[in-house]
Write a new protein. Sequence first.
Length: 244
Amino acid sequence: MEQMQEFMVETEEGKFGIISKDGKTKINPEYSSINQIEKNKGLYLVSKKSNETAGRTQYGILDGQQRTVVYLEYEQIGINKSDFPIQDEAIDNQYILYGKCIPVKKANKWGLLDLNGNTILPIEYDSLGCKYNSSKNVSGDSILLVPEYEGIVICKDKLYGLVGADGKELIPPYVTDMYVITSAGENQYYFTYQENVLDVIKYLRDTLKIQPVKPVSNNYDKESSSVNQNTANNLQEQNTVNDM
């Protein structure tokens, strides 16, 4: 079915809305900004300045029938793609990660919602991703995603971890940093725990026995150094204790 053409309209007061080609209003012109962030589901990022928050801009998400998907109460929706230049191709949509996770920020904390506005990850994390200047490895680059596991890097109390797109914890937020290194055109992911460097894919696949959801590079052989394996086992034991 051919998608109906639509247009953005602006009022004399500088408010924006959406109308269809036949002149029907899809979204009332009452928002400070409107940006379509998902075409198939017809999702729009909208913003307003709220008197209740001293004029600060708040964001939400509507669908094409003006139904609220994400309430208009967030400081930010979506991540800043420019913070993770090496992962530009992996971050297909900065507002909807892996086509299913909406990053939201409220009261200076981050979490994840699904495409219906339900909570995937509670809004209690200091940031999403680990930026370059947070890593002690000078050759590492900023990381947000580990696509092989549909993983998303989270930060809490200045420590980092990894969660899946379903909100399941893959690596608890106990590690010093995470970063990506590109070699021969392929990305490899690492984290530092107790001053030892571990390979993210090897830790998840070989120590935790969690299978990736997407194919991994041939560079990920199944051999690990004894020092790294001991450290991996230590982290696994700590994670098990915290899950009890």
